[in-house]
Write a protein that binds this ligand. Structure first.
Ligand code: KIV
Ligand code: ZN
Length: 516
């Protein structure tokens, strides 16, 4: 299956759907919209914005992205159930270009253990659901889930049914990351010849998971078998070991255009920023040696390498760091004013509304006074804290402790709410724990701490620390971030941010119930 040099490779990014399914990730609709805008700046072709039927929050996020984010096709996932298709159609209807992505499991183990459906039942569901989706929009994608553990004859039969009912993209998922490149190529060639054939209206696609660390290799191998769409997630996020990493696909195809022979539409200079934003909002750190976006991806340690790179970058670099937006070294200090801060944000392609700008600038000044210099990473972290303060939001004003290492620590937290400043005390088995206890009392919310992570943003004793927390309130999870030179204060800020989200949602539900 030789590839034509003029062919375009479609990039479908599923960070907001499959990526968000990674354990412990809890993005708010605001976070999802922010990531979707960044994916649009990256110019991916399709954003899979969520799974509208899975929760009201997901429906809201998909719908807001469909209405607000311009450029890419906006897709929602749906099972073959009529209600799922209707929810997906409703959520994407605001987009200029919309897609419904229908899936059903086809492997024997999934059919028998999960669906309790025969092959005939599955084929009938495919025909009915794709036909229903087609009534809402022209662009319908179909995926036979667990395709790589399904008999190839049944993969082909399922996909043929989907095409007959109007599907325009046939996506082959390696749901459990079981494939290796050679057998995946054989399956993709079969799908290409027996399902697509000469039908130029049908695009063949891949969606590979990384359980054996082969997701990117499998996806790329499918290009020569005729695949013209690859699905991935930023930083390789996703179920279990994750998905194909979008940034690795984009840079592999771009760097080895000579080999793959397909074109890609993405603006690669947005990759670094996209990766950072996703890491910050999800709280999933990027491993130092991660290809393309890891902090060591362009670092040269050995003298021989450094010498080579100083002479000619290409001695040891196959990609220009600037081509993925990795180049800038912005440092601001306590004397930097509004203009310098605004300029730094513009250089980082960050646009803030007036109130958010003011809140971020005030916080920057506060931290710069304590720390002296704030690096680009620090500025990004400040901006990614929830900046604008809604009237009913609790704002952390200060935090004090008494008690030494031999005594039980007592935290006094002072917060501002609706213009009033109040102080609350709480003991705990450590300073962070005491601060969290006081904040629980302020909000009067029973929050369970599910995840707590501190990452240094810069080195040295006065380093800025970024703290990410995930809390559970009733059955919902909320994430929060805080940045400070002090780990306890950063932790309290992160916990406050997460509790504010929980309180906001509880108030919204209360308002809705009141109006019903
Ligand atoms: O991994 C998978 O099979 C999926 C499908 C829903 C496409 O994510
Ligand atoms: Zn998946």
């Amino acid at each position: 299956m030789a590839s034509a040099l003029t062919d375009k490779l479609i990039i479908l990014d599923t960070t907001l759907r499959d990526g968000e399914q990674a354990p412990g990730i809890a993005l708010s609709p605001d976070d999802k919209v922010a990531i979707a805008h960044q994916l649009a700046r990256l110019q991916v072709d399709v954003i899979e914005a969520g799974f509208a039927a899975s929760s009201p929050g997901d429906h809201e996020a998909v719908s807001r992205i469909a209405n607000e984010v311009k450029g890419p096709v906006i897709a929602s996932l749906a099972r073959t159930h009529p209600d799922d298709i209707d929810a997906a159609a409703d959520a994407v209807k605001g987009a200029a270009r919309q897609r419904i992505h229908v899936f059903i499991s086809t492997s024997q183990i999934h059919r028998e253990q999960m669906l309790r459906m025969s092959e005939e039942d599955v084929l009938k569901a495919i025909t009915e659901s794709v036909t229903r989706a087609k009534r809402y929009c022209d662009d319908v994608e179909f995926s036979p889930q667990d395709a790589t553990r399904t008999h190839p004859d049944f993969v082909v039969e399922s996909c043929r049914r989907a095409v007959a009912a109007g599907a325009t993209t046939i996506n082959i998922p390696d749901t459990v990351g079981y494939a290796v490149p050679s057998d995946f190529v054989a399956l993709m060639e079969r799908v290409y010849s027996d399902v697509r054939g000469g039908n130029n209206d049908v695009v063949v696609s891949t969606h590979c998971h990384n359980d054996l660390g082969l997701a990117v290799a499998n996806s790329l191998s499918a290009i020569h078998a005729g695949a013209r769409q690859i699905e991935g997630a930023i930083n390789g996020l996703g179920e279990r070991a994750g998905n194909t990493s979008t940034e690795e696909i984009i840079m592999a195809v771009k760097t080895r255009e000579d080999y793959f022979g397909v074109k890609i539409g993405a603006d690669t200079t947005q990759l670094f920023e996209t990766s950072r934003l996703v890491a910050q909002l999800t709280g999933y750190p990027i491993q130092y040696n991660k290809a393309i976006v890891g902090r060591n991806a362009f670092a040269h340690e050995s003298g021989i390498h450094q010498h080579g790179v100083l002479r000619d970058r290409e001695t040891y670099e196959i990609m220009d760091p600037a081509s993925i937006g990795h180049a800038s070294a912005i440092v601001l200090g306590k004397h930097s004013g509004r203009a310098a801060f605004a300029d730094a944000l513009a250089n980082m392609d960050i646009a803030l509304e007036d109130d958010d700008f003011k809140a971020a600038f005030d916080r920057f000044k506060e931290l710069a006074d304590r720390k002296g210099e704030i690096s680009e990473e620090g500025v990004r972290a400040i901006v990614s804290e929830k900046t604008s303060v809604a009237p009913d939001t609790v704002e952390l004003v200060g935090i004090h402790f008494s008690g030494g290492t031999q005594e039980v620590p007592l935290a006094t937290v002072s917060v501002r709410r609706n213009g009033d400043t109040i102080e609350v005390n709480s003991e705990g088995d450590g300073m962070v724990n005491a601060a969290f206890g006081a904040l629980r009392d302020v909000f009067e919310i029973e929050a369970i701490l599910l995840d707590y992570r501190v990452s240094p943003l810069t080195s040295g004793a006065d380093a800025l620390a970024e703290v990410n927390v995930i809390i559970q309130v009733a059955s919902e999870t909320y994430s929060g971030r805080g940045v400070s030179t002090d780990v306890v204060e950063g932790s309290a800020r992160a916990f406050t941010a997460a509790l504010n989200k929980a309180a906001f949602e509880a108030a919204a539900i209360g308002r809705q119930e009141g109006s019903d």
